[in-house]
Design a protein around this ligand. Structure first.
Ligand code: FAD
Length: 381
């Protein structure tokens, strides 16, 4: 046996799982097809939003509250600042499903927040333009994360606790059986007790059973310079999500303090294969985003200084797949984070470690169960 646990894909979730498993004293062997902290998948692009008031559903709130504690723990153990809590604003029509979800998450968990009318929002955050029917929710426990540094910090900490990572090692096949799992690269074979599949956009390539469920989506990020940077520093300008009928604008002030990074992705476009992501952003895409920026954040010069495309794995209902499928032995799946997984990655790492070592977790993750996909599709066929 080469290790108790093998991790396929040491990106966002794989790195956090590796850290949590190493903390439990379990022998863990990770495989990453690129280097750790690389920019070819879902975990790069300088920053990620952290939000607690959650428009994807109130069931995530306890996970996010624990994720926040674990981010602090990783900061302490690594000595690196990973999360900056400068607040977050969510803007939209209160009748939108997402805004209703956000309000429900506030109500159910008494989350620290403020509700601002368009007039109050204009006074407090004049950077944003609101329509008369919109509201602004200020999430006091929001901010931005440093994704590359986070992944690398978790891996380094895991390695210092005894974990091993085989970098630049692509897994071609995993073969689970009753007693363990065989992992194959082009030239080598490894044997582990259990395996965690955290292959992100490549999950469907690795396990064809996932192909029907997981699609790869392209997400564009752009960097804009402000007319007056003093209005757009983290202290004055919380992270934001502005939802409209035909736009979804999210963003953060940049870490080095000269720009705003924003993303307008009302819907994500399909990527035919994760190996063929087109990172070029077309002029049409730039102009569409520029028009939204012009109308909603008029203090930004609406022509980006740079734009790049990234990708994430998505599921039909927008919730990840976390857990085991009884018929696939000794294998835990953790993939399909659908554009919103980074903020919760440390708690996902903890859940993975609990599922792999203890066979159960006390976190409520029924809504993330692979079984819901087995019921609706054919994870087993
Ligand atoms: C542009 C963009 C912006 C986003 N913004 C936010 C945000 O603001 N807030 C938020 O919370 N979330 C955000 N997300 C979502 C979040 O970043 C992702 O959900 C999360 O990073 C997914 O993590 P993962 O571990 O599933 O995938 P990844 O981080 O991509 O990790 C998968 C890893 O597996 C490796 N791998 C795959 N196949 C193999 C193989 N066969 N052998 C070896 N290694 C393999 C890959 O190389 C990769 O390193 C955003 C995503 C994108 C793309």
């Amino acid at each position: 046996m080469d290790a108790d646990i093998g991790i396929i894909g040491v990106g966002t979730m794989g790195s956090m799982a590796m850290w949590q498993l190493a903390r439990k004293g379990v022998s863990v062997l990770g495989f990453e097809q690129f280097g750790t902290g690389h920019d070819r998948s879902a975990a790069s692009g300088e920053s990620r939003l952290f939000r607690t008031v959650y428009f994807e559903g109130e069931k995530y709130v306890p996970l996010l509250q624990d994720a926040k504690k674990l981010w602090s723990q990783l900061e302490e153990e690594s000595g690196n600042q990973l999360l900056t809590l400068n607040g977050g604003v969510m803007i939209g029509n209160p009748n939108f499903e997402e805004m209703k979800n956000a309000m429900k998450s506030i109500k159910d968990f008494s989350l620290e927040h403020e509700l601002l009318s368009p007039e109050q929002a204009k006074e407090r955050y004049p950077q944003h333009h609101l329509e008369s029917e919109e509201i602004m929710i200020l999430d006091k426990n929001a901010g931005f994360l440093r994704p590359e540094l986070s992944t690398v910090s978790a891996v380094a900490r895991a390695e210092s606790l005894g974990a091993t990572v085989n970098r630049y090692t692509k897994i071609e096949e995993i073969i689970p059986d009753d007693n363990g799992v065989t992992i194959r690269t082009k030239n080598n074979e490894y044997r582990v007790g259990k395996v965690l599949v955290t292959a992100g956009p490549w999950a469907g390539k690795l396990l064809p059973q996932l192909n029907e469920i997981i699609t790869v989506k392209r997400i564009v990020l752009s960097w804009y310079t402000p007319k007056n940077i003093n209005q757009f520093m983290p202290e004055q300008f919380p992270v934001f999500a502005h939802l409209g009928d035909d736009f979804k604008l999210t963003g953060t002030p940049t870490i080095e303090g000269s720009m705003v990074k924003a993303s307008n992705n009302p819907t994500f476009k399909d990527v035919s294969s994760p190996d063929q992501l087109n990172r070029e952003v077309s002029i049409e895409e730039i102009i569409t985003a520029s028009n939204v920026i012009k109308g909603k954040i008029p203090g930004l010069i609406p022509h980006p200084v740079r734009s790049t495309a990234y990708m994430d794995a998505s599921t039909p209902d927008g919730h990840p797949i976390v857990g085991e499928v009884p018929e696939i032995k000794n294998t835990v799946f953790m993939c399909g984070f659908s554009g919103h997984g980074f903020k919760m990655s440390p708690v996902m790492g903890k859940i993975a470690a609990e599922l792999l070592v203890d066979g159960k977790t006390n976190y409520s993750i029924e809504h993330l169960s692979p079984q819901r996909m087995v019921d609706s599709a054919s994870l087993l066929s």
